[in-house]
Design a protein around this ligand. Sequence first.
Ligand SMILES: Cc1cc2nc3c(=O)[nH]c(=O)nc-3n(C[C@H](O)[C@H](O)[C@H](O)COP(=O)(O)OP(=O)(O)OC[C@H]3O[C@@H](n4cnc5c(N)ncnc54)[C@H](O)[C@@H]3O)c2cc1C
Length: 313
Amino acid sequence: MAGDDDHGGDAGDRSFDTTVAIVGGGPAGCAAGVFTARDGLETVIFDRGPSSLRRCASLENYLGFPVGVDVETFLELAHDHATRAGCRLREDLVESVTALPDGGFRVDPQDGDPIRARFVIAATKYDGEYLRGLDDDDALFVTDDEGGERFDREYPDRRGRTPVDGLYVAGPLAGCGDQAIIAAGHGATVARTLLGELREADGFWGHFAEHYDWRRKVENRREEWVDPERWVERFEAAAPEAVDPATVRRLAETYADEYGGDYVEPDVADRRAERGQRRLAAALEDEIILDTVDEAAILERANAIETADSKTE
Ligand SMILES: Cc1cc2nc3c(=O)[nH]c(=O)nc-3n(C[C@H](O)[C@H](O)[C@H](O)COP(=O)(O)OP(=O)(O)OC[C@H]3O[C@@H](n4cnc5c(N)ncnc54)[C@H](O)[C@@H]3O)c2cc1C
């Protein structure tokens, strides 16, 4: 689904080089990118410059890593996750973001070519200086305890929206708690906010506009939930008066299609589980893997390889 840009409105407008530009490839920016790219929005993540995560001696408190994880392994997995979801990662520092006259932004990095993006998500804990000029300085910046200026973390609202159309802020820069897992959760929240707004622009309303990305077990599939007519009835019952019946039906059928496409067969789930474990294993040092694997299993595998080799000779 990555790269489809199938939203209405101007989300996939070709006058932009990308739909979403994310400044910062830490936990907040990568999490946001996973959500926007998986939903089909072209997403570029810029990542270089002052990093909070890279200052950690070891990352603690991130769920799923019971004894902590080293930052390089975590970032390798986070960047791979974002790129496999469909993001393009550019190792470049964003120097400025400028509003374009007809909407959207020009993003100017230090080294590579500038790009035009419909949306910008700022996800750089260590400040948003590159946003200067998008609004009055008094609105964007506050004086810190040492008398210097820093981005006002209360400028965005709790979901990362700002008064500037198309500009969102994620992670501690938006005032969420300063822990990696909270930054990642907030990045996801901000991306889902953007996606919800695009769905509203496509005509969806209320909770039908909320973005979700679920994979369900096919054995839990109930026919009434994938019956388009059932969704048409539900949409008709909840439709705002201004929406005409043909549009209600079209949206309900689209929703039913999305919903019906979520079911995963057991063999596919198994393949995904194996693929996931292999990717995790690839991030680990060979020596550590060998240390943790039962010796009998290593010998058995070594024997199997030897037997296979002798047959091919
Ligand atoms: C010493 C220390 C120890 C910590 N220990 C822990 C811990 O154990 N557990 C925990 O959960 N949290 C810890 N934290 C907090 C954690 O690092 C942050 O909450 C989290 O990293 C914030 O994520 P972020 O994505 O918002 O910002 P960052 O992690 O700072 O990521 C921002 C990214 O944006 C890039 N960037 C910056 N400016 C630009 C630009 N202009 N253009 C392009 N890219 C840019 C940076 O290179 C960086 O990769 C610690 C922080 C510090 C300082």
